[in-house]
Ligand binder design. Structure first.
Ligand code: 2HA
Ligand code: ZN
Length: 272
């Protein structure tokens, strides 16, 4: 059996959490990531019959029974994942009852998965129903995205439009736009259900005055989505209190979206 600490998916979790921390997106225990793994890739490193603990998830995830995830731990700091992956990450398998998780590795100090597991697993279910190749769900508190939440209407059409205007390639990176939820209590099944509902048509969902969720097929895709929103939000925050004398017009947004052949939300543009 190979050493789990050499697994590419553990390295990806370490590298990504470290990058997010250094960008200032994930203060203290802010943020969480879940990454769907293939059974065969887990079997290279772990005995799949050796369950360390069984942990209730607090909700039912029937479509995910038997599926494996590597997930950041509750209360853990992204700052510390790289130096101690076994304490800060865990590999779980959704058990036969659909409401508990078998822990196969990690949370070595007795911990468990993120308190946002409902939002993560429900988002995985929603994304998998529209894209069977989706593997990553990522939550973070990027600074400018969060700042923008306080000064810009929390309306998905208006917010997406503003972000698209801020960098030429935004509409190409997230043509499906950004879904928006109002402020809600986090860590609950309700916010999980609301996030998953948005995830049926968006890969990005803002949690009003809290942060953002992203979903994608790879760690790079998902990180890149959040990074691009954050860059656009930064440009917005740098310019929103100054007179705007130039802008990317809607016919130009349409031009670039069509040149790149992306399926964008046409009704989010203000064309005649
Ligand atoms: O896990 O970001 O939303 C810490 C959080 C909760
Ligand atoms: Zn959060």
């Amino acid at each position: 059996m190979k050493d789990i600490l050499t697994a590419p998916f553990v390295k990806e979790m370490c590298d990504t959490t470290a990058n997010m921390y250094r960008l200032g997106w994930d203060e203290r225990n802010g943020g969480n990531i879940s990454y769907l793994l293939e059974e065969a890739e887990v079997a290279e490193y772990l005995d799949l019959n050796h369950v360390l603990r069984t942990i209730p998830t607090g909700f039912e995830a029937k479509p995910l029974i038997g599926k494996y995830f590597i997930v950041t731990g509750t209360g853990k700091y992204f700052k510390n994942v790289q130096s101690d992956p076994a304490a800060n990450l865990g590999i779980i398998r959704i058990a036969e009852d659909g409401t508990t998780a078998d822990l196969l590795w990690g949370y070595s100090d007795g911990g468990k998965f993120t308190s946002e597991l409902p939002a993560h697993l429900m988002s995985h279910m929603a994304r998998l129903s529209v894209d069977p190749e989706n593997r990553v769900v990522m939550h973070s508190h990027p600074t400018h995205t969060l700042a923008m939440n306080y000064v810009h209407p929390l309306d998905e059409k208006e917010l997406t439009h503003t972000l698209w205007e801020m960098c030429t390639e935004c509409i190409v990176v997230f043509p499906d736009g950004v879904g928006v939820l109002p402020w809600m209590l986090c860590g609950t099944n309700s916010i999980g259900e609301a996030t998953a509902e948005k995830m049926k048509t968006y890969r990005l969902v803002i949690w009003g005055m809290h942060g953002i969720y992203g979903a994608g097929r790879t760690m790079d895709e998902t990180f890149g989505l959040i990074e691009t929103v954050e860059k656009a939000a930064q440009i917005y925050m740098l310019t929103c209190n100054r007179p705007r004398i130039n802008t990317i017009r809607d016919d130009q947004l349409q031009e670039i979206a069509e040149a790149f052949g992306v399926a964008y939300r046409k009704d989010f543009l203000r064309l005649e």
